[in-house]
Design a protein. Structure first.
Length: 333
């Protein structure tokens, strides 16, 4: 007898999409739990860890911001291979303002967020009309070009970089700034994509010619999304600069481009929560495997391959499906 797997939405899911969700605490908890867990985990439980793991999780938050920035660009059809461009520009802007103008971190970080996003947008604006591999190749080459430019001209400290920058007032201050930024970015991007503005962005990704035929300037919307993604990446670079008290060529390293993509693949692209989850899995895992020495790369690669093969949709998509749906085998007539 043949059988097939059937997926049925839970009744509580169907009711929760209407105002009837307010009729019981159980249904309110059903809606609230997935949103409250990251807030409790990041702002309440994680600070109870030791100083060492707080440093690791702050680095994880930086990669999570870059991963959500990457996911934002993908939502409008812009595949980026150069998140290190955003990180490096934000790092150098914050470092320069602190080193040359003696601005404190409370001013350099927001200034680097806006200026860095603007600079990156101006760099990529001429190629925003490109899609797919063509746009991706430009984003990959730009940080490498800037890296060699700094090395050849010795501007902004050259190969030695800008050292002795002001740190955050304390580790807990840096912790809460980064985690608050992660939560604001996560819920802000998700809310944006659920609005009419997000509907246009999704339409551009699905069929840009159809959106153009409606009289909408898709290149203007792409530039706006590019600015949003670049600003988040620049914020990550500015925070990383004051954490390390250093701004230099390592800010354009490929790690800041590869890890966000890997986090999005493992967590599940297109959700913002997926790349966030992927970053909070991969970065601590990389640190745990550090004791294995050279074998760390082998185990890390095997881990990524397993996730891509077993869960190609990503962890977040899988968990969301299990949360919202019931799966059962039914007979085929």
């Amino acid at each position: 007898m043949k059988k097939r797997k059937e997926r049925i939405d839970r009744g509580i899911k169907a009711r929760s999409e209407d105002v009837f969700a307010l009729s019981s605490f159980r249904e309110m908890l059903y809606l609230l739990a997935p949103r409250a867990l990251p807030v409790l985990g990041l702002l309440v439980f994680a600070p109870l860890l030791g100083a060492y793991w707080r440093e690791i999780l702050m680095s994880t938050a930086i990669y999570a911001l870059l991963a959500m920035s990457w996911d934002m660009l993908v939502s409008v059809g812009l595949i980026s291979l150069g998140q290190s461009l955003f990180y490096g520009i934000g790092s150098y802007v914050a470092g320069s303002l602190n080193h040359y103008l003696s601005w404190p971190p409370i001013l350099t970080i927001p200034a680097a967020t806006v200026l860095g996003g603007l600079i990156c947008t101006l760099f990529l604006l001429p190629v925003v009309r490109l899609r797919g591999i063509y746009f991706a190749m430009v984003t990959l080459v730009l940080p490498l070009m800037l890296l060699r430019l700094v090395e050849a001209t010795r501007i902004l400290g050259g190969t030695e970089g800008l050292t002795g920058l002001d740190p955050f007032p304390g580790q807990l201050t840096a912790w809460y700034v980064l985690q608050a930024a992660v939560l604001v970015t996560l819920f802000g991007f998700r809310r944006l994509m659920g609005s009419d503005y997000g509907l246009i962005i999704k339409g551009i990704d699905d069929s840009d010619r159809s959106v153009m035929s409606a009289g909408i300037n898709i290149h203007w919307y792409k530039a706006q999304v590019l600015f949003l993604g670049a600003s988040v990446g620049s914020f990550a670079g500015a925070c990383g600069t004051h954490l390390d008290m250093f701004a230099g060529m390592p800010g354009f390293a490929l790690d800041y481009s590869i890890m966000p993509i890997a986090a999005a693949v493992v967590g599940g692209a297109g959700t913002f929560a997926g790349p966030l989850l992927g970053a909070f899995i991969l970065v601590p895992l990389s640190e745990i495997l550090r004791a294995l020495g050279a074998l760390r790369i082998v185990f890390y690669g095997v881990f990524l391959v397993i996730f891509v093969v077993v869960l190609p949709e990503g962890i977040f998509h899988y968990c969301r499906r299990k949360y919202h749906q019931i799966e059962r085998w039914v007979e085929v007539e």
